[in-house]
Design a protein around this ligand. Structure first.
Ligand SMILES: Nc1ncnc2c1ncn2[C@@H]1O[C@H](COP(=O)(O)OP(=O)(O)OP(=O)(O)O)[C@@H](O)[C@H]1O
Ligand SMILES: [Mg+2]
Length: 218
């Protein structure tokens, strides 16, 4: 089982959009997937409800319950955890103990970079992170390739000591599809495929990580 925490202290950076897309991708590829929503706002849980009628829906787990991990069936292969805005590493302690990686979405804009830098600095003091056991990676979200502001912020982001796995476009597809309980990974048309290709770095990273963590777990 591989568990991924999608987290940032910054609100609105795309945690729920990324979490639901990751969960959808795993489901579509036949993995038994659980999506844990730690956020009382419940965006991911509501997305799961909207998706429930589809065959490839993840198991939805309400992470606002203290002992949510007890609700995890043994046969789950992939766990995605959506964290709330304003989370500190202390508040995420229980999840940080269990996950194999933390993915941090970040919007390419100055306020977002500043807030994310503070979150990453706090995260770097978590023993599992400072020891190198728990990897952290960034996903640039809502990128507008044609704007200078976006490009400047991205250049800055690439200088940080964390891998930038993807630069996801600012696109209404995410807004429209999540509202339907769907994702880009549910479609095979050219437009969807073009957007899906931007996620390749994320899945390559997770596959590599899975190969790395397997021996220690087995
Ligand atoms: N790549 C994208 N392109 C366009 N809109 C996006 C993209 N990613 C997220 N959004 C939109 O941005 C808003 C915030 O996204 P989302 O709810 O996923 O962020 P969040 O980090 O989970 O927010 P919160 O901190 O409130 O939990 C939503 O309206 C979402 O539809
Ligand atoms: Mg959210």
């Amino acid at each position: 089982m591989q568990s991924i925490l999608v987290a940032s202290s910054k609100g609105g950076c795309g945690k729920s959009t990324l979490s639901t897309h990751l969960a959808a991708h795993f489901c579509v590829h036949g993995k038994r997937t659980a999506l844990v929503d730690l956020d009382p706002q419940g965006s991911s849980l509501r997305w799961c409800q909207r998706r429930a009628a589809m065959l490839d829906a993840p198991l939805a787990i309400d992470g606002s319950q203290d002992r949510w991990h007890k609700a995890m069936p043994d046969d789950i292969q992939q766990v995605v955890i959506d964290a709330p805005a304003g989370s500190t590493p202390e508040a995420l302690k229980s999840a940080l103990k269990r996950v194999d990686a933390v993915l941090v979405p970040v919007l390419p804009a100055p306020f977002d970079l500043e807030a994310t830098a503070m979150f990453l600095s706090a995260l770097s003091r978590v023993p599992r992170v400072s020891s190198g056991e728990l990897p952290i990676a960034l996903i640039a979200n809502r990128v507008r390739p044609t704007t200078q502001a976006s490009q400047r912020a991205l250049a800055q982001l690439h200088e940080w000591p964390y891998p930038v796995l993807a630069e996801l476009r600012d696109s209404q597809s995410y807004v429209l599809l999540t509202a339907l309980g769907k994702s880009l990974f549910d479609y095979g048309n050219e437009v969807a495929q073009e957007q899906q290709s931007l996620w390749q770095g994320v899945f390559a990273y997770l596959r590599k990580l899975e190969r790395r963590v397997k021996p220690t777990k087995g």
